[in-house]
Design a protein around this ligand. Structure first.
Ligand SMILES: Cc1cc2nc3c(=O)[nH]c(=O)nc-3n(C[C@H](O)[C@H](O)[C@H](O)COP(=O)(O)OP(=O)(O)OC[C@H]3O[C@@H](n4cnc5c(N)ncnc54)[C@H](O)[C@@H]3O)c2cc1C
Length: 416
């Protein structure tokens, strides 16, 4: 079958990998000059099944109120006259109940565990390296109440198949000695040893090269503007370079999926949520962590990527405005410098921003659409790197006529 994958981010390229393995004739289309150059470019690097709890959780409304109007807030809800943002916000709040957030967490976890296992398989089969590490993720806490709650959650996560170990302060400092310089305020931590880290852009770029050698065609510099439909199916894709036709189409345009799907009468409820990262060269220094760290108080994650330390965080609701606001990126840089003063050369840090394609329930949108040959693989929000391999495989299985290993009704666009 001829399949057109729309988008060469980590999601599109991973889907192309599985479709190619299944023997389909695959073309990937992207407006950028290469793979993984938008949101998949410089994310936090975590493969974090342990972070399956969506942002829409019972503590979110309180935190959003607490941070309202603070420029250095980890989550910045800009007061804009955009009805789409407000409707999305209401849906987000509706998902913050204990029942719904737990159900959404379980959907994310099932996909994350499947995906984490597949990622290992892909790197072995395709022979690619991407500064990957398998030392787990350590969440650190400075607030005893939050730590106690996380310790209880650790039991639940372990029972659900994601083992987590609770550590006191000394345990944290032994596991990650780089925390010793400034670790006196830590009250404890939770370590998920099976979680991983790696550079999503290096992975996407390398996998795109491998699948191109295996026959996948990449059309870069092509901007998709819309679709034509006939008798309940997509008949062609319109682009700035003419029309493209295939038997099946996969929507993997990240945040922009929303803009292309709405005219088709499909609403995946994706809202772009801006985040920032800084990448600090660590060469010649020995104070950067090798275990990935999630600083729960500051909502910042640290991943060691070869001779670089990636630090990422913050969420800003400003629509499709992808401008890098230097103040926001510097909030992350300052926290990183305070936490790991000897990690690297902070004057050489590279600042970056990207738009997370976030749904109000924090669960991606996968599977069939109301058009018989249009498949959705989008809305991965905060967990796109974690979920990429699993999402690519289940969507490729659907196209291939196989029954996917996961219950696809849990990720369907029809849930909204
Ligand atoms: C600061 C930050 C930190 C993060 N940290 C983590 C983390 O630690 N772990 C994790 O699992 N996830 C993390 N994420 C989330 C993760 O990066 C995303 O979910 C993931 O990259 C989304 O991938 P994607 O392929 O759907 O989107 P993208 O990578 O954005 O790919 C979409 C592609 O579509 C193309 N495109 C869009 N519109 C058009 C058009 N009209 N025509 C042609 N091409 C088009 C774009 O060029 C792009 O290449 C983070 C995100 C951010 C912003």
């Amino acid at each position: 079958m001829k399949v057109l994958v729309l988008g060469a981010g980590v999601i599109g390229v991973t889907t192309a990998y599985f479709l190619n393995r299944a023997g389909h004739e695959v073309t990937v289309v992207d407006r950028q000059p290469g793979a993984g150059l938008e949101t998949s470019f410089a994310n936090g690097g975590q493969i974090s099944a342990s972070h399956s709890m969506p942002w829409s959780s019972p503590s979110a409304p309180f935190l959003m109120l607490k941070w309202l109007g603070r420029r250095d807030a980890p989550l910045l809800w800009r007061l804009r006259a955009d009805p789409a943002q407000w409707f999305w916000g209401l849906r987000f709040l509706a998902n913050c109940t204990p029942g719904r957030s737990t159900a959404n967490m379980e959907k994310n976890l099932a996909l994350a565990l499947h995906s984490r296992a597949l990622l290992k398989e892909i790197r072995a089969e395709a022979g690619i390296r991407y500064d990957e590490r398998s030392q787990g993720i350590l969440q650190i806490f400075r607030n005893a109440i939050q730590f106690d709650a996380a310790a209880k959650d650790a039991e639940r996560m372990t029972k659900l198949g994601c083992p987590e170990t609770v550590l006191d302060r000394d345990g944290c400092l032994t596991l990650e000695p780089a925390l010793r310089d400034t670790g006196e305020t830590i009250v404890g931590g939770v370590h998920a040893p099976a979680d991983e880290t790696g550079d999503a852009h290096t992975f996407t770029h390398a996998l795109a090269r491998v699948v191109a050698e295996r026959g996948v065609t990449f059309k870069y510099g092509v901007t998709i503007s819309g679709f034509d439909t006939e008798r309940g199916a997509i008949s062609r894709v319109r682009t700035n370079q003419g029309e493209l036709k295939a038997d099946a189409y996969v929507m993997a345009l990240g945040s922009y999926s929303q803009l292309l799907l709405r005219p088709l009468g499909i609403d995946p409820h994706i809202f772009p949520t801006k985040g920032y990262s800084v990448t600090v060269p660590t060469e010649g220094r020995n104070g950067a962590p090798t275990v990935s760290i999630t600083d729960v108080d500051h909502k910042i994650v640290y991943s060691r990527l070869g001779d670089r330390m990636r630090v990422a965080g913050t969420a800003e609701f400003t629509g499709f405005d992808a401008t890098l606001t230097e103040d926001r990126a510097r909030v992350i840089l300052t926290h990183a410098q305070q936490q790991f003063p000897n990690a690297g050369d902070f004057t050489q840090a590279k600042l970056w921003t990207g738009l997370r394609p976030l749904t109000p329930d924090g669960v991606p949108v996968l599977g069939r659409s109301k058009f018989s040959n249009l498949y959705l693989d989008t809305g991965h929000g905060t967990l796109g790197w974690t979920h990429a391999a699993g999402s690519g495989q289940v969507v490729a299985d659907l196209i291939d006529g196989k029954t996917p290993i996961l219950d696809m009704s849990r990720y369907s666009v029809d849930r909204f």
